[in-house]
Write a protein that binds this ligand. Structure first.
Ligand SMILES: Cc1ncc(COP(=O)(O)O)c(C=O)c1O
Length: 485
């Protein structure tokens, strides 16, 4: 029990039908309408409280993020202290605010331009607040709930609506209700939507997202969005003519990009498109993709990425006031969170856990990443040999499986707790409530993450060995690309 006599705070208020929390409703400016109310779906099911759409939106679609503020979370020195004191029944998202602050300061001090945090990577309020406190006051948002989240937790920040396909309603709410001026697009149709929905505003910053050929990322992001080399010149020209404010280019080299030169190559492609269009860009936005450390994936130094971007920028046809932007997600938050899970059952080499692919372990299941693990047991038998395990999640779905392999002591069994590291990016952000699972607690810990690009821990985590002694290969076969969100 902590000094306040309080158990560690439940981060996600319980149950499938837990009332959603959010900001006080704000009357919409346009037409002075009142917030809409959602009628009950079935007359025999009466919701506890009718919730205005604007409040629901502040929570909707943000996954099971940690909604409590840091001050409401209990602090433990180490994850094992939490297990000793609480034996937590539900999964616990561990937060490491210091790791977030160190990453934020590194980008703030070293990137020669504006750093927009890609909120999708981890939309927990403590992350948004923590970044703002360290001077990251620009945010890449993809939806109205993300905009509302930033407005609530980092008021006054600059937001860029970087989703290339938005609803008209979202564009006009972003512009008129939230003061968003920066919008991405990759088609003439989206440009027309943006102009219509903002009543042909003259103060827009229009960023044309280009599709780029980029090598070396674990997740390609070129399949869904981005104007082709053929389409780009006309679109750049149209965007240039549509605004009296900034016109820019953006791209995404793919998430977890392992090659710094991918940025330089993408910038050369962007420069060619600008030259062909005969326009200058006011903004060059190099997107996200900055990597973190996972078993078997030891990226080059982060400084090498910024050096490649500097080289790429100096070779571009830009004018002297052109701004450089980036949108890191993963690199800012990956180290700042991990997950404590409980073993509910052992069946041979398989461990059945209380969290899985529908919870914080999406990438462990779908990308088959063998995240680093630690057994959290007070009297761990130092003699027990390490052995590869596979994990199953708590739902009844047979795709709720994480093949790993995860190296853990051979004597692990029911009731043991495991910390799964490096889950701050696309971890809790991806969680659902499928099958009635998904409730999670939160706690702060003071120890170092399991790996670090910023000097807080080791720079590489070895790839686990499979049962047969061969090293697990994480890189994809040449020519094959994984697609991601
Ligand atoms: C437009 C955009 N910017 C930034 C990011 C963040 O990418 P990363 O987490 O790889 O840095 C993403 C991720 O999907 C994205 O779609």
């Amino acid at each position: 029990m902590d000094a306040s006599g309080e158990s560690f705070v439940t981060a996600f208020s319980g149950g499938l039908h837990a009332p959603l929390q959010g900001r006080e409703p704000k009357g919409r400016k346009a037409g002075g309408q009142f917030p809409l109310y959602i009628p009950p779906l079935f007359p025999y099911f009466t919701p506890l409280r009718r919730t205005p759409l604007s409040i629901r939106a502040a929570n909707a679609g943000l996954g099971l993020t940690i909604k409590r503020g840091l001050r409401e979370l209990h602090t433990y020195h180490k994850p094992l202290d939490l297990v000793r004191e609480r034996s937590p029944e539900r999964p616990v998202a561990l937060v490491r605010p210091d790791a977030l602050a160190v990453a934020a300061r590194w980008f703030r001090d070293n990137f020669r331009g504006d750093v927009f945090y890609a909120v999708k990577a981890n939309p927990s309020p403590w992350v948004v607040r923590g970044l703002a406190a360290e001077g990251i006051r620009s945010f890449d948002v993809a939806s109205i709930p993300e905009i509302e989240l930033v407005a609530e937790h980092a008021p006054g920040s600059r937001m860029a609506f970087m989703h290339p396909v938005k609803s008209r309603k979202a564009i006009s709410a972003a512009y008129f209700d939230h003061g968003v001026r920066t919008f991405a697009l990759d088609t003439h149709e989206e440009l027309a939507k943006i102009m219509d929905s903002t009543a042909n505003a003259k103060d827009l910053n229009l960023i044309v997202r280009l599709g780029v050929e980029a090598e070396g990322a674990a997740y390609s992001l070129s399949g869904k969005f981005g104007a082709t080399a053929h389409e780009a010149p006309a679109l750049l020209l149209a965007a240039r003519q549509a605004t009296q404010d900034l016109m820019g280019v953006s791209f995404h080299v793919g998430s977890q990009c392992m090659r710094p030169t991918a940025y330089q190559a993408a910038m050369a492609q962007a420069s060619r498109a600008l030259v062909r269009a005969g326009v200058f860009a006011d903004v060059v936005d190099v997107g996200g993709g900055f990597p973190s450390i996972y078993p078997g994936m030891a990226p080059p130094e982060m400084a090498d990425y910024l050096a490649a971007i500097d080289r790429g920028f100096s070779e571009m046809m830009v004018h002297e006031t052109t701004e450089l932007w980036c949108e890191p997600g993963r690199a800012l938050v990956a180290e700042a969170s991990s997950l404590v899970v409980k073993v509910e059952l052992r069946k041979g080499d398989s461990l059945y856990l209380n969290d899985g692919s529908y919870g914080g372990l999406f990438d462990a299941a779908h990308a088959k990443w063998p995240f680093p693990v630690k057994l959290l047991r007070a009297e761990a038998d130092a003699q027990a040999p390490m052995k590869p395990f596979k994990f199953y999640g708590p739902t009844c779905d047979s795709i709720d499986v994480m093949p790993g392999p995860f190296m853990l002591p051979d004597d692990i069994g029911e009731g043991d707790f495991i910390e799964i590291g490096m889950l701050g990016a696309y971890g809790v952000a991806m969680a659902t409530r499928f099958n009635g699972f998904g409730d999670m607690d939160g706690a702060i810990v003071e120890d170092a993450p399991m790996g670090s690009m910023f000097g807080l821990a080791r720079r590489s985590i070895p790839a686990p060995k499979s049962d047969f002694g061969n090293v697990v290969k994480l890189s994809r076969a040449k020519g094959k690309k994984r697609r991601r969100r």
